[in-house]
Structures are given as C-alpha cells and as structure tokens.
Design a protein around this ligand. Structure first.
Ligand code: BEZ
Ligand code: FE
Length: 301
C-alpha cells in the first residue's frame, strides 16, 4: 500500500482543468535549450488559458483541427496558407515589429507577402518594369540612403507590384509574361533608383482556401490597399522589406493583413507636363511618386 505522501503526489499529478498547465510545463523540465523551454512553456500556458477562457468543447476542438489540417493541405511550393493565416491574424506584423524595431530614421518594414519571386528580372535604371499596356502610367523614383543621409551607390532595389486590375503576373499567366511588373535595380553613383510602371490597384488576398473561409465566416473583407513592394539592400546595412502605399487608396484603414504604416503612404502626384513626360519616356499625364529608402547600418545594434 502506498504512503500518504505518495498518494498526495499522485493526486497532484492527475490531469484536471486546474493542473493542466503545470503538468504540461513540468513535462518540459529537462529541456536543455533555455529559449525553446521559454517558448514552449509560454505557448502551453497561453494555449491552456485560451481553451479554458472560451470553454472550448470537443466539437469546436475538432473544427479547429479540421481548419488547421485544411490550412496545411492548401500549402504547396507556391502557396503558403499558414503564412496567410499568420498575416490575417496580425501575427506576421507583430513579429515584424519585434524583429525590425529599427532606428527611427530608417524606412519602416512591412510584410513580404506571397508574391515575391526570388529572381526578379534585372533591369536598367529608368526601365519600364512591365509590358506597356493599360493602366495609369507612373514614375517612381528615389534614393537609397544610409540612416545618416549618405547615398548608397550599388544598392539593390527589388520591386514587385500588382497591375491596374490588382493582379500579379503569376496570377494571370495567360495574359502577361513572367516578370511583368517586377524588377531588380542597382542604384547609381548617387544612390538613385527610378523606373516606369503603372499605378497598382487594391486587390484581395487569396480567398480560395481556409483563410478565405475564415474571413467570410468572421465578416472580414480580404482587400489590401494599392501598394508597390520593395526589398532594398546595400553592403554594411540591414536590408528592408517594405511597401509604399498609394495615398488615397481604398482600404488603407483596413488592410486585411495589417501591413499599413503611415510613414509608407506616399502621394502619387498627377503630372500633366508634356515636356516632363517626354523627358522620362512617358506618353502623357502620369503619376509621380518620390521617396527614399533609408537603411540601418548593420553594426548599429
Ligand atoms: C501582398 O501584398 O502581396 C500580400 C501580403 C500578405 C498576404 C497576401 C498578399
Ligand atoms: Fe502585394
């Protein structure tokens, strides 16, 4: 027969609503990696608190498991439904805020999104980044600078955007060729980059999967405001992944993935000056957007 103290230990190690967190956290007691232990302990504590707070029952747990299973099944080499889930839950932007708490003079970062191509086509400064077609023409130009204002020559500026209907090249392969509205530029001696393009339209994030179902069930719209993506990098500096958002675009105050930062909203000013248009190889009135990409020095932390 067991002693009284052994009986009490047995009772304490019985799994109940009260003991659940402590028991699971204790199971990680021998974990050698302190950071992994911190993360797992906190994850378990928050997860158990959540289940208890909402009183999650068996049927709801099964629905949750089905949702996560479908999310995984939707993933393939070009579709990452878990990142999309993280995006619409604001987790991607929260991790971005924690990771990229940059020095105040540097350009703010935002989500990468699923439409980046590792190999954007290299283009000459001033090029069109797409096949010239419909859409309002735009000239985008600026400089890549170090946080102290020094221009950064030979910096890389990777650009990609949706078209005037809100589609990326990979979404409409029958209409445009790969590389449409994408470009990889190298800044000139003065840190300058510039290119010709069209003003992008707002667009919905992919909704043909479980994340789309979630948005519909929770009555949330899937739209992102019009934007152009950038990754800028230069030797000795931390690269920045960011966008510029078209000032006045719908959905600036309700981006489905919470990516908008005020500092990234830029005017696309109407320029109706035939001489200026001609000087930049544009047909007629166009939109001009000017801004600098400012990078933090790599050794500044
Ligand atoms: C995008 O801007 O390309 C994007 C970002 C997050 C989710 C979906 C799309
Ligand atoms: Fe985008």
């Amino acid at each position: 027969m067991s002693s009284l103290s052994e009986t009490r230990d047995d009772v304490r190690s019985t799994f109940t609503e009260e003991t659940s967190e402590d028991l699971v956290v204790a199971s990680f007691g021998d974990m050698p990696d302190p950071r992994l232990r911190e993360i797992m302990n906190s994850l378990v504590r928050h997860l158990h608190a959540f289940v208890k707070e909402v009183g999650l029952d068996q049927r709801e747990w099964e629905q949750g498991i089905q949702f996560l299973t479908a999310t995984g099944q939707k993933c393939d080499p070009t579709r990452q439904e878990f990142i999309l889930l993280s995006d619409v839950l604001g987790v991607s932007m929260l991790v971005d805020a924690i990771t990229n708490a940059t020095e105040p003079r540097a350009t703010d970062s935002t989500v990468l999104g699923p439409f980046h191509m590792v190999d954007s086509p290299a283009r000459e400064l001033g090029s069109w980044i797409g096949e010239v077609g419909a859409g309002e023409q735009a000239l985008i130009r600026g400089r890549v600078l170090s946080a102290d204002g020094t221009p950064l020559p030979r910096a890389l500026v990777d650009v990609w955007q949706a078209d005037e209907q809100g589609f990326y090249d990979v979404q409409v392969p029958d209409r445009v060729s790969e590389g449409h509205l994408r470009g990889l530029f190298t800044t000139g001696a003065d840190g300058v980059f510039w290119f010709r393009t069209v003003v992008p339209a707002p667009y919905p994030i992919p909704t043909d999967g479980p994340v789309g179902d979630l948005l519909e069930a929770t009555r949330r719209h899937p739209y992102r405001p019009a934007h152009v993506h950038f990754i800028a990098g230069a030797e000795g500096h931390r690269p920045v992944t960011t966008h510029i958002f078209v000032e006045g675009s719908p959905h600036l105050d309700s981006d489905a993935v919470f990516g908008v930062k005020e500092s990234l909203v830029k005017p696309f000013v109407l320029v109706d000056d035939p001489r200026l248009a001609q000087a930049h190889g544009l047909d007629g009135p166009f939109r001009l957007c000017e801004f600098d990409l400012v990078l933090e020095q790599a050794d500044s932390r």
